[in-house]
Design a protein around this ligand. Sequence first.
Ligand SMILES: [Zn+2]
Length: 255
Amino acid sequence: MNSEKTDGVVLRIVEFSESSCIVTWFTRDFGKVTTMAKGARRRKNPYEGAIDVLSFSKIVFLHKRSDSLDLLTEAKLERRFRTAAKDLHRLYCGYHLLELLNCLTDDFDPHPALYDQLERTLVRLESEESLAPLMTCFELQLLKELGHSPEWKFCVNCGVEIERHSRVAFAPVEGGVVCRRCRVGRRQVISIARQVADELEFLSRANLSHGVELGRLGGLGETRGLMGQILQHLIGRPLRVLPLLGFLGRPEPAK
Ligand SMILES: [Zn+2]
């Protein structure tokens, strides 16, 4: 049994008994880790608010080599996700990021760059005016980090460079654009505006660390619809929070 120390954000909490719960973390050094948190449901518990979804903490856990769950021994709250209590949109966005990480990452498969990206995204999510570019940017970074980056320039079937027409065809099954010739007879192809493909290509390269201005997205409805299809296809079952994010695809009121 090894005692491990790392930073983590709470992805999921499941009640286990009257006093304990099972907490799934996305950690910086170990990727997804599921721990038993004994006593966490007692009013006076040793974790002092660290066990709360979207909260960042420093944690220590005992990694068991057998089938039994790892045991959380310490959790110290570092940063809580702060947003107005009534701002459900930002909260849903946060939950969506957690659901994606929970579905797409594996236990003990570390992705420190993704962890840092999540931290930066959640900080910006508290105050950013335009939520759609921020969320889309994280989704694309997640896909890239996990080796599922969509192809925007070259046909995923034959490799030819896509001509610059006003609309291009995207095949969610293959995860990229297809040329006019390969498109013929192909099922499940979505027609998207060229601008949408260009913006997504740009966002997939954006680095959030330098307060980069993500700007606003054109073709919002198309962009969000496409991202939803890509993610659903990859995960292979309906996402729970995604249907609540319809507001991301609607133009934001002028400020
Ligand atoms: Zn082709």
